[in-house]
Write a protein that binds this ligand. Structure first.
Ligand code: BG6
Length: 517
């Protein structure tokens, strides 16, 4: 079966040979949560379908709710049925299901962790060989610390340390809420684990198109010579969603677009598109370059007379032809909320390659459409030959890397309109994943869980990387806290954001492109 699958899906080729994980027990903290149902369980199922789980694979759901093993197994199977990208097949699931159990306990309850350790020891004894434990922390951030401390105190963090079966810990976002809290969390982690055991998740790094950024940049020779201040006019990163905050108002009030999306996802896109070529593809080679890039970004001006950053909240509007409420009317949101649902930034990278090239980033909820893309806009040619605007409609050459949906790359060129006189118009060259590779590519979480099991941390965030990003963002958040609602812009739900975000670009005679392929 695997062979057929490999023929149909080129991304599976060569995988199992190099990427066998050792016998593994995955323990999910927050097992009855939304992420487990929507992402983690379906990812584990799809890995099993592709034969990428080790034959000795065990799943333990850890949670505060009392639940029998059977009930947990049923709940997991149900979520796979609902959310998996491929159809549920009970025979495939049976292999995982029979090794799936539920462990009831509090997150600050040491005896429950001791019992967990005994459980893992029994699995190991029954198998007659060592197993690695992978702890996946997918709980609210308020219990990250007690979990980490109890993993340490119970000896679970140090199981088989310094062997290929050393424990691993995967930590979901949010990783802190500012620089101090991120440092504090890093301190607690490194008291219990070594950095090489730690996998901080940013699911954007697991997306196929995000992984492809390095390939497009460094496996082709035609882009790199142009990838600098001599040829690039500006770079625009858009991560737009058409959804609102839905039932997550309570969480979002504490977070806002800056913490929820920019500090992690958009900053990762920025690092990958702008970093220097790494010396190798190993995790440290890549992460070193990302950190260097983040450190080269100049502090963002929050000066009210000429800010580099804009924040806004959506007001009532139409999305997909449907009337939707404004942010402050959403469930769990305060009437006088000062949480931003949109933010745009203008960044300068102070290094040899990028000095003087503005990098614009924007992210928001309830925008005109769901689209994430990176647009590298090149300088215009000198207006010598084609300067008659009537006849020559010239666009700036732009390379648009479409992260989602409609994954692919588009190159905007100028071309002669066929005919007896010379007139031009912009045209697009497209590469579409769907056309070339088919549509059923793995979900980000499949790749990330597999990588964590085999011990490849390339697509995870290192401790100093998350701190470098928070160092940049924290002064903005502090200034917003002091301002309260002052300076908060509004934008109509279903639009492309507030006017102030256009002004951010006009200063440099730029404008946001209409995002999309
Ligand atoms: C999450 C944010 O990290 O990313 C959500 O917390 C957001 O608010 C989501 O909706 C977007 O992810 P994706 O993969 O749908 O772009």
């Amino acid at each position: 079966m695997l062979t057929d699958e490999k023929q149909r899906h080129p991304f599976l080729q060569g995988l199992s040979k190099h990427r066998g994980a050792p016998p593994t027990v995955v323990v999910i903290f927050g097992a009855s949560g939304d992420l487990t149902a929507r992402k983690l369980a379906p990812a584990i199922y799809n890995l099993s379908l592709d034969n990428l789980l080790p034959p000795e694979f065990h799943l333990i759901g850890y949670g505060r709710k009392e639940m029998a093993d059977d009930a947990f197994r049923r709940a997991v199977a149900e979520s796979v049925g609902t959310f998996s990208r491929r159809e549920f097949n009970s025979d495939i699931w049976e292999r995982v299901g029979r090794n799936t159990v539920y462990h009831h306990g509090g997150y600050d309850e040491r005896p429950a962790f001791d019992r967990l350790r005994e459980r893992i020891d029994v699995i190991e004894k029954d198998l007659g060989r060592e197993v690695q434990a992978l702890f996946y922390i997918s709980t609210p951030p308020s219990v990250f610390k007690p979990i980490l401390e109890n993993l340490g105190a119970s000896g679970l963090a140090r199981r088989h340390q310094h062997t290929p079966f050393a424990s691993k810990v995967v930590i979901e976002k949010p990783f802190g809420s500012d620089l101090d809290s991120a440092r504090d969390l890093n301190r607690v982690i490194t008291q219990q684990f070594e950095e090489r055991q730690v996998y901080r998740i940013d699911h954007y790094l697991g997306k196929e198109t995000v992984q492809d950024l390095l390939v497009q940049r460094f496996a082709n020779t035609i882009f790199e010579p142009l990838w600098n201040r001599r040829y690039v006019e500006c770079v625009q990163i858009t991560v737009a969603e058409d959804l609102g905050v839905g039932s997550r108002g309570g969480y979002y009030e504490q977070s806002g677009a800056m913490r929820d999306m920019v500090q992690n996802h958009t900053m990762q896109l920025l690092s990958l598109i702008a970093m220097e070529p790494p010396v190798s593809l190993d995790p440290e080679g890549i992460r070193d370059e990302k950190v260097k890039l983040l450190k080269a970004i100049q502090p963002v001006s929050v000066d009210e007379s000429k800010p580099d950053v804009v924040r806004a909240q959506y007001t009532e509007g139409l999305v997909g032809g449907r009337k939707v409420p404004g942010y402050v009317d959403e469930d769990g949101v305060a009437d006088d909320s000062s949480t931003e649902t949109y933010t745009a930034l203008r960044l300068n990278i102070n290094n040899w390659r990028w000095a003087g090239v503005p990098f614009y980033m924007r992210s928001g909820k309830r925008m005109a459409r769901r689209v994430s893309e990176i647009a590298v806009q090149f300088k215009r040619p000198p207006g010598i030959l084609f300067s008659d605007a009537e006849r020559f409609d010239l666009a700036s050459n732009t390379m648009v890397i479409q992260i989602q949906p409609d994954e692919g790359t588009t190159l905007l060129l100028n071309s002669k309109i066929p005919g007896l006189e010379t007139r031009t118009q912009p045209v697009k060259m497209h590469f579409r994943y769907r056309t070339t590779y088919g549509s059923n590519t793995p979900e980000a979480y499949e790749r990330l869980i597999l990588d964590a099991m085999v011990g490849d941390s390339t697509l995870f965030i290192r401790g100093d990387e998350t701190e470098a990003s928070w160092r940049l963002i924290t002064p903005i958040l502090e200034s917003w806290r002091n301002l309260g609602r002052r300076g908060m812009e509004g934008y109509v739900a279903g639009s492309w954001g507030p006017l102030a975000s256009e002004r951010l670009l006009w200063d440099n005679r730029h404008e946001w492109r209409r995002a999309g392929p």
